[in-house]
Design a protein around this ligand. Structure first.
Ligand SMILES: C[S@@+](CC[C@H](N)C(=O)[O-])C[C@H]1O[C@@H](n2cnc3c(N)ncnc32)[C@H](O)[C@@H]1O
Length: 298
């Protein structure tokens, strides 16, 4: 893993000046084309029983799978969009479930151990996926409430919870409307999730709400590059194929800045390139660290 630099509380990156409108128009065409392709693929997957989309509320089957956050936001332009009721990415979830296991064996497990060494007390983990973090919680953790909205991944997380060294309860829910009360948790954990939530500022406000004053957000996320040309590639991907193919993931989000904007005080921020290839991949810039919810002023 390439350690680029260590800093804290850095200002937002300067935005690039290329023509966003052209990219948006081009992106809309490419997304429409890809959606049609994925509709055909998922329709046949549904027929084979591989993509069970039938049990959820809202629009049935593959139509709902393709209901991208950008579309939902557009429909509610001018008003406050409702929190997503469900996250359902049956094909991506199955691919991710397999890749996650391979990733752990190739070194990610060690990184998870390092990220989670800072956790203690009652922990809320958001977007737990297949539960890859569970094995790495230290004894200082008394309980983990793991929120995972995707049904297939939640099933894998429930299996992982049974093998975990600390008590883990896996529950349904989304980051934008967490099933938890104000200030209930000592630690909140987000690993590789804030790229995928439909409404990142709202999700971060929720993480802040459920954390007790003085509590700690522990994060590891892939993020926006620090400069072009990689930011240009990331923006192009986010407007076209990436969210469609990768379960709503975005590669160009400036998550470290968003954490601070949500009211957290950045405590530790490391930047890494993962994997550390000569030509950086769009999902290579990563941040990991901790941020605190402030104590009330006396
Ligand atoms: C790339 S996976 C990461 C899983 C896990 N945190 C890890 O480190 O391996 C992204 C996860 O975010 C979840 N997710 C997507 N949208 C979400 C939302 N709005 N609220 C909570 N989790 C969400 C997905 O279901 C998926 O489990």
């Amino acid at each position: 893993m390439g350690r680029e630099r260590e800093s804290s509380g850095r200002p937002a990156e300067a935005r690039t000046s290329y023509d966003h409108q052209v990219l948006d128009r081009l992106g809309a065409h490419v997304q429409a084309f890809i959606r049609r392709l994925v509709v055909v693929f998922l329709a046949t997957a549904d027929a084979r029983g591989e993509a069970d989309c039938s049990s959820r509320a809202g629009p049935p089957g593959f139509v709902a799978v393709l209901d991208l956050p950008s579309r939902r936001a557009a429909r509610h332009a001018g008003g406050v969009p409702p929190a997503p009721a469900a996250v359902h990415h049956p094909v991506f979830a199955r691919v991710f479930g397999r890749l996650a296991a391979a990733g752990e064996r190739s070194g990610l497990a060690e990184l998870r151990g390092r990220v989670l060494a800072d956790t203690a007390g009652r922990v809320l983990e958001v977007g737990a996926g297949s539960g890859s973090n569970f094995a790495h919680y230290p004894p200082a953790v008394t309980q983990v409430v793991a929120v995972e909205p995707e049904p297939y991944l939640r099933g894998l997380a429930e299996q992982a919870a049974r093998r975990a060294p600390v008590p883990v309860d896996v529950v349904d829910g989304v980051a934008e409307a967490l099933p938890a009360g104000e200030g209930e948790f000592d630690t909140v954990v987000s690993t590789l999730v804030l790229c995928s939530v439909a409404d990142q500022p709202r999700a971060l406000r929720e993480l802040h709400r459920v954390l007790r004053p003085g509590g700690r957000l522990v994060f590891w996320e892939h993020v926006r590059a620090e400069r072009p040309p990689l930011t240009i590639v990331q923006d192009a991907l986010d407007r076209t194929v990436w969210p469609v193919l990768c379960g709503g993931c975005h590669v160009g989000r400036d998550t470290a800045t968003a954490i601070t904007a949500a009211g957290f005080t950045m405590e530790r921020l490391e930047r890494h390139r993962l994997p550390d290839t000569r030509i950086p991949l769009p999902m290579a810039p990563h941040v990991l660290g901790t941020a605190r919810r402030a104590e009330p002023a006396r």
